[in-house]
Design a protein around this ligand. Structure first.
Ligand SMILES: [Zn+2]
Length: 254
């Protein structure tokens, strides 16, 4: 048995038996891994708080035969403001699920870890959860090499105007409406989306709180990025449905 420490955020947790939990954590230096938090569901357990979804901790682990064991954790950030609203929780859970879906076990990617943690702090600062989610999607896609090409048309290389443009996940970017038959996996979005994508890409995290996007632009960005992510993952994420459900009854959801 070997012991090690990890700076990690909880992507998801499932109950194990009566008292324990299995955590899927994303660790900065070790990547994604699963660990058992023994007794985490007992009242007063020292591991209870640290095993909450999207909590960021310094963790002490030991290697086990099958799963590693979480032995101790010092919580660095539990994101209390995020937990104040259903929308905050829903989008945080979505960002965890998105990360979980894109990364393989034991494949460290400190840059992606930092991007995720930064997005969680953006959410904690009171930034619109929807803008935060789009910002994180763009960051994740960029780190993983899947950033959509949007500054110019992929076929003719010209800058796109305000007319509708075709976004093709298979091509990985935008094709203008003058370039003939669009690819058949196309989703049509207004040309104005380019300026919003650029704003998200270049935003300093601390400035996102003051950014305002028209409702229509947020809807288009969500549709386009969801379409792109779905193509990359080859499936829809569960928490997308959850977010749609929350949006129907929480007045705080943008
Ligand atoms: Zn073109």
């Amino acid at each position: 048995m070997r012991t090690y420490t990890a700076s990690a955020i909880v992507l998801r947790r499932i109950d194990l038996g009566e008292k324990d939990r299995i955590l899927t954590i994303y660790a900065r230096e070790q990547g994604k891994l699963s660990a058992v938090a023994k007794g985490a569901r007992r009242p007063g357990s020292k591991l209870a708080g640290a095993s909450e979804p999207f909590t960021y901790s310094r963790m002490f682990l030991s290697t086990g035969r099958d799963l590693d064991l979480l032995t101790q954790a010092d919580i660095k950030e539990s994101f209390p403001n995020v937990k104040q609203s259903m929308a905050g929780i829903a989008y945080a859970v979505y960002m965890m699920e998105l990360t979980n879906s894109f990364v393989d076990e034991r494949q460290p990617n400190p840059e992606l870890f930092d991007t995720l943690l930064s997005a969680m702090y953006v959410l904690e600062s009171g930034t619109d959860p929807e803008i935060t989610a789009r910002y994180y999607e763009m960051g994740l896609l960029a780190v993983l090499g899947y950033e959509p090409h949007f500054e110019t048309c992929l076929r003719c290389g010209k800058k796109v105007g305000r007319k509708k443009v075709a976004f093709s996940p298979a091509l990985g970017g935008i094709v203008c409406n003058e370039c003939g038959v669009p690819p058949n996996d196309t989703i049509w979005v207004p040309g104005a989306i380019v300026s919003y994508l650029r704003a998200l890409k270049n935003a300093e995290p601390q400035n996102l709180k003051d950014m305002k996007f028209p409702q229509g632009a947020l809807r288009d960005l969500a549709a386009m990025l969801r379409w792109h992510i779905r193509y990359r993952l080859e499936h829809e994420l569960k928490s997308v449905d959850f977010i749609d459900a929350v949006a129907q009854f929480d007045p705080n959801t943008p």
